[in-house]
Write a protein that binds this ligand. Structure first.
Ligand SMILES: C[S@@+](CC[C@H](N)C(=O)[O-])C[C@H]1O[C@@H](n2cnc3c(N)ncnc32)[C@H](O)[C@@H]1O
Length: 236
């Protein structure tokens, strides 16, 4: 009942207002993590249907997709995984044999039809359901601060990557640790991110963009208080 009410309200309130008034924090008092993630994505699907091209636009403009693809040399033969792929996955815009995992994949299939040539299934970053050294490239965009155990997730991404495979991470940055909401158990500083990668990955490209978020971008928002870190690293 409360879920249905919040879901309806979330459809109506523009993303900048949701963020400014910290409505996710408020909703988080009543919803669990999965419910919060699902509501976000139900809203997202509605907006996406009218603006699908804007996802690629966002990836190119704010997440440096062209630069990343060049450096990773993704080809039709590459195996590519997106961890915490959600609905706004980058996979339709890259070449190769493509896989996405998300704990809510089954629920997402009920509200969104992913492209047929991409395999999307249920899975957690902390326990990636693929063998060692399987992928050439692993994306994890706007998802590392959603997982329960980021260290295990980074270790798993390292495990499933081939030698010298590439890890594409995008994550919202904070100046200091803060308590967020059930969907976001973590608030990372840049140092936190570097510590998570240390010893496993060598950074080869990084950039910072205004943290708009895809839903915010579809809503027309272009300004942001925080930054999004875009980091491309290579397995060592
Ligand atoms: C904001 S969405 C990101 C979607 C997409 N990757 C993007 O770039 O916009 C965060 C996703 O992380 C997923 N998630 C939450 N916990 C996770 C976990 N333990 N392992 C993998 N993904 C998780 C959520 O279900 C949600 O779909």
């Amino acid at each position: 009942m409360f879920y249905a009410f919040v879901s309806k309200a979330a459809q109506l309130i523009p993303a900048p207002i949701v963020r400014k008034c910290r409505l996710y924090k408020l909703a988080g008092l009543f919803l669990n993590k999965a419910e919060e993630e699902l509501i976000f994505n139900e809203v997202f699907v509605r907006k996406l249907k009218r603006n699908e091209h804007k996802v690629l636009e966002y990836w190119k403009k704010y997440r440096y997709l062209d630069e990343i693809q060049l450096r990773c040399n993704i080809t039709e033969d590459s195996k590519v995984l997106d961890v915490g792929c959600g609905i706004s996955t980058v996979l339709p815009y890259v070449k190769g044999e493509r896989f996405g995992i998300d704990p809510l994949a089954d629920e997402f299939w009920n509200i969104y039809e992913y492209p047929k040539d991409i395999s999307i299934g249920k899975g957690f970053g902390e326990n990636i359901p693929f063998p060692d050294k399987y992928f050439d490239v692993v994306f994890c965009s706007n998802a590392l601060d959603h997982v329960e155990a980021p260290e295990n997730t980074v270790a798993e991404i390292h495990r499933v990557l081939k030698a010298e495979g590439h890890f594409v991470l995008t994550v919202e940055l904070f100046e200091a640790k803060i308590k967020r909401d059930p969907a976001h158990p973590y608030a990372f500083t840049k140092n936190d991110v570097c510590s998570l990668l240390e010893g496993r990955f060598q950074i080869i490209f990084e950039a910072e963009s205004p943290w708009i978020g895809l839903r915010g971008y579809l809503d027309g928002s272009r300004k942001a208080h925080n930054k999004e870190l875009i980091m491309l690293s290579q397995k060592v």
